[in-house]
Design a binder for this molecule. Structure first.
Ligand SMILES: [Zn+2]
Length: 96
C-alpha cells in the first residue's frame, strides 16, 4: 500500500545532501583559495593577477573524482580559462 512514508527516506536523504552541498561549497571556496595561493596568485598561462579562476585539466563532468585533486587543477585568469577546451561544459561526455 503506497503511503507518504515511502517517500520519507528520500526526503530525508535530500535534506542531508543539501546540508552536505552547503558544507562542500564552503570547503570548495577554501580549497580554491589554497590552489590560487599555491600558484602564487597568478594565472599560470599569462601571469595575470586578476579574474583568477580554477581550471580543471581533466574536466569536472568526466572525472568527478578529480574535482578536488590539486594536481588536476591550475589557476588561470578568466580570459585564459575561456580558451581551454573543456571550459564551462564544452567538455564532451565520455558516454555520449
Ligand atoms: Zn591568463
Amino acid at each position: 500500500m503506497p503511503s507518504i512514508l515511502m517517500f520519507a527516506p528520500a526526503w530525508k536523504g535530500g535534506k542531508t545532501l543539501e546540508l552536505r552541498a552547503l558544507r562542500l561549497s564552503h570547503l570548495y571556496k577554501e580549497w580554491r583559495k589554497m590552489i590560487i595561493k599555491r600558484d602564487n596568485f597568478e594565472c599560470q598561462e599569462c601571469g595575470s593577477r586578476v579574474k583568477l579562476e580554477i581550471h580543471h585539466k581533466k574536466g569536472f563532468t568526466n572525472y568527478p573524482k578529480l574535482r578536488f585533486e590539486p594536481s588536476n587543477v591550475v589557476t588561470l585568469c578568466a580570459d585564459c580559462h575561456s580558451l581551454t577546451d573543456n571550459y564551462k561544459g564544452r567538455e564532451r561526455r565520455n558516454h555520449e
